[in-house]
Design a protein. Structure first.
Length: 82
């Protein structure tokens, strides 16, 4: 699921928790909304973690030199890098 999908789950859960006032026998709509919001937050954090890729690059010419950490941000429309 993408970041947009997780935001959709958070919004759907918020609507079910605070805006819907009808009851179904054997099902609490408020609890379902809270579960959807928590799942959406977990997926959002996981999606943000996957977007940010950390790579350590060591110069082959100067191996004694300090390692440089490069943060690379990718978008879904970028072609895959090998």
């Amino acid at each position: 699921m993408t970041i947009a999908g997780s935001i959709f789950l958070i919004m759907l859960g918020a609507v079910l928790t605070w805006a819907v006032e009808w009851d179904i026998a054997g099902l609490d709509i408020n609890i379902v909304g809270v579960i959807l919001m928590l799942g959406g937050v977990a997926l959002l954090l996981f999606g943000l973690y996957r977007v940010r890729v950390t790579r350590e690059i060591v110069s082959p010419v100067e191996p004694d030199r300090e390692r440089t950490t490069v943060y690379e941000e990718r978008r879904y429309t970028d072609p895959p890098q090998i």
